[in-house]
Design a protein around this ligand. Structure first.
Ligand code: PLP
Length: 576
């Protein structure tokens, strides 16, 4: 039973590392199995192991498999009798590294003693890689001790750690980020020294999502409409969605498009009624934030907006506002206390708002439990508004943003991750932008950010915070949300207070826009029509051309078509 844990327990942390021995054991286990299997395949084909790098490229998906740089060296030298230089040449022509985050707490580091107890030979190899690498750095940058310290594979600033991102950079011929902004920030910040030393290794590969799962499987009604007007080639070539732009002035098409969104929202409302016994108005604006719960993603900024609207109703019971349904989905890592407190806050707001007769059903709030991909496929197609509100500079790419927009949701978002490119594609007039830019975030922090200044100068923000702090949403308990409030008032490292007013004003534009249903539908159609770039087919093709030097395999549609029929008990696609 104990041996099975090596492939059983998936670590649930998101953008947070924990230096646990089982995690390292798992990383080593999967990496070693994969590399040995690749060598076995070569041997079966009578290809000499010297040609490993001509037959395989290995894309390191984050640093999690980066121990493979040392493991391939070990296999080539210790198991196949190769000299260091030859093995290192093969290794550095095999690996390519994709960076997925700039958050310092997510960068993997292993304490040297823990690492050495489990993998003593790999530690020896990493030390040797480091010695030779630092010689190269020294020759390129004589007398720059600070740079040597930053670039070393070993962090010696306090307790000694192995820096897995540095190992991945040194061992790889390509280093990429996952959105244009993320790649630029990666070059300017976490990997700046590596960029200066090896600028030719760096490139961008903006993420994509598969339209087979996130449109064909999950939204058969919309896909049927699209196929009816522009054929079905877009399923293999998403750029062809552009053809829909010709229908944006077609009133009949707009009506059908709107009716489909309405029917999907009705389906979700029915599902929610069955699951939670809550009545939600399917004609209200479905405002959805679904993603892992994390402070940088700022689900609590969304919560502050909900309380703002609620306070406005309480102050003016006759207020006529655009009815909204606020839906949240997502998991918190088990040990992430603040994330769990954010979930508690959302549920507590829901308990008050959903029951208050003054609200007259204009606001509904629901935290949907057990959010996973299968359920996500129901959620993305039902959204009117997609919440992509991370602090600028913190979200590497995001992919939920793409899934929502493909299905016709409009985005309210910051200039972060792939939001920047989504806005470029769909047009600024079809995107609700708010908040500080990444540069403004950095500048404000450098100038000494004091969140309490915002609290003191914005009465509406003050009332929101005071209501939470007073126990209004927690049965009078003033302790429950104190850690959250204290963090916001005294630190607020994700700058919710700095972005609050801009966010609330932008949400007012959203509410006004939704009242013009026909114009909203136009914007919605244009979002779907202009999302071609964000197909994973484009993303994979770029990896194939620029990094792997292979030809993509043709897309096989039939199995997805059958899958759609099974999953949706629908036969819309028999004609495809
Ligand atoms: C796409 C997806 C995500 C990623 O969402 P982001 O908004 O990009 O963080 C997370 N969970 C599930 C189930 C998804 O389908």
């Amino acid at each position: 039973m104990e041996s099975e844990t090596i492939s059983k327990v998936l670590y649930p942390n998101d953008n947070m590392t924990q230096g646990k021995i089982l995690r390292l054991e798992q990383q080593f286990f999967f990496v070693s199995c994969s590399l040995q299997d690749m060598i076995r395949i070569l041997e079966r084909q009578n290809v000499p192991v010297e040609q490993f790098h001509e037959k395989f490229t290995i894309q390191l998906n984050d640093t999690h498999p980066s121990i493979s740089v040392a493991e391939l060296m070990r296999l080539l030298m210790d198991e196949h009798g190769m000299e260091w230089d030859k093995a290192w040449n093969i290794t550095t022509h095999t690996f390519a590294y994709t960076n997925h985050t700039l958050l310092p707490e997510a960068l993997e580091r292993w304490p040297i003693d823990l690492f050495g107890r489990l993998l003593p030979r790999h530690l020896e190899i990493i030390f040797e890689i480091n010695t030779r690498f630092l010689d190269d750095v020294r020759i390129k940058y004589p007398d720059d001790l600070a740079r040597l310290g930053r670039m070393s594979l070993i962090d010696e600033s306090s307790e000694r750690y192995i820096r897995m991102a540095n190992l991945a950079c040194v061992g790889s011929f390509s280093i990429n980020g996952v959105a244009a902004l993320h790649t630029e920030l990666m070059k300017q910040t976490v990997l700046h020294d590596f960029y200066e030393m090896y600028p030719e290794k760096f490139n961008n590969k903006t993420n994509g999502v598969t339209p087979r799962r996130f449109m064909v499987l999950s939204n058969p009604r919309l896909c049927h409409l699209i196929c009816d007007r522009v054929g079905d080639n877009w399923i293999k070539n998403l750029d062809e969605l552009h053809k829909l732009e010709a229908y944006v002035d077609d009133a009949g098409f707009r009506t059908e498009f709107r009716q489909i969104k309405q029917a999907i929202k009705q389906d979700l409302a029915t599902y929610i009624k069955g699951m939670y016994d809550i009545d939600i108005d399917p004609t209200s604006l479905f405002d959805i934030q679904s993603k892992r719960i994390h402070e940088y993603k700022r689900q609590h900024l969304n919560a502050l907006h909900i309380i703002t609207l609620y306070n406005r109703i309480k102050a003016n019971p006759n207020l006529d506002m655009t009815p909204r349904t606020f839906l949240f989905g997502g998991k918190a890592a088990p040990g992430y206390y603040m994330a769990k407190l954010v979930i508690k806050l959302i549920n507590s707001i829901a308990d008050v708002v959903n029951r208050d007769p003054d609200v007259r059903g204009q606001l509904k709030v629901l935290f949907m439990k057990d959010y996973n991909v299968k359920f996500a496929q129901r959620v993305y197609p039902a959204a009117d508004l997609s919440e992509q509100i991370s602090t600028a500079g913190k979200e590497a790419s995001g992919t939920g943003n793409m899934k929502f927009a493909m299905n016709g949701a409009l985005t309210i978002g910051t200039l972060d991750g792939a939001n920047v490119e989504i806005r470029d594609e769909v047009g600024a007039e079809n995107f609700f932008l708010f908040g500080l830019t990444d540069e403004e975030v950095v500048a404000k922090k450098a100038a000494g950010y004091n969140p309490a200044d915002y609290y003191n100068s914005d009465p509406e923000l003050k009332l929101v915070i005071d209501r939470i702090a007073s126990g209004f949403f927690s049965h009078g308990n003033t302790e429950l949300f104190k850690p959250l409030i204290d963090n916001l008032m005294h630190q607020d490292q994700y700058m919710l207070f700095a972005d609050y007013r801009s966010y609330v004003e932008c949400q007012e534009k959203v509410s006004a826009a939704y009242r013009d249903q026909d114009h909203w539908t136009r914007m919605s159609i244009l979002n779907t029509a202009r999302m071609g770039k964000f197909s994973s087919d484009r993303s994979i093709r770029d990896y194939c051309n620029d990094i792997w030097k292979v030809k993509p395999i043709p897309i096989q549609l039939e199995e997805y078509v059958q899958g759609a029929a099974v999953l949706n008990a629908a036969n819309h696609f028999t004609k495809v």
